[in-house]
Design a binder for this molecule. Structure first.
Ligand SMILES: [Zn+2]
Length: 137
């Protein structure tokens, strides 16, 4: 099974980290951690950009994080036009893992602020596709 099921549009049909989608199906969001140096990655990487090892393991991203920054996209790239406007943010979770992703559209704009507590969860999209988003904790 490849990566076709991820996101609104998947530009990649297969990847060494396609298991990410299997975890989404189990309602888990996971990144990868290097078995050699302990560097953690999200989105998951199959090779460590710190020590170049290809010995990676998966770890769950759960609990609460802190929103570091965000932006509201008023215009969207091809394929995402009907979703605009939407908010994109970067949140930091345990062990300094940073997650870039969309924020829950149900959050009022004026409630979104740097420093707010957030959590990450799996979202089901049209056509049996899966993604994740950040929402208020
Ligand atoms: Zn490493």
């Amino acid at each position: 099974m490849g990566f076709e099921q991820f996101g609104i549009i998947s530009f990649t049909s297969t990847t060494k980290t396609a298991q990410f989608v299997d975890f989404l199906k189990e309602n888990e969001i996971r990144g990868t951690v290097c078995k050699e140096c302990g560097a953690r990655f999200f989105p998951p990487r199959s090779d460590c950009s710190v020590c170049l090892s290809d010995e990676m393991d998966w770890f769950p991203i759960s609990g609460e994080g802190t929103l570091l920054t965000f932006t509201k996209a008023m215009f969207a790239p091809a394929g995402f036009e009907k979703d605009a406007p939407y908010i994109l943010g970067v949140a930091e979770f345990a062990d300094g893992v940073k997650v870039f992703g969309r924020l829950d559209k149900a959050l009022p704009d004026d409630s979104v602020k740097p420093g707010m507590r957030v959590k990450i969860h799996v979202v089901a999209l049209e056509g049996d596709r899966l993604s994740y988003e950040l929402t208020a904790a």
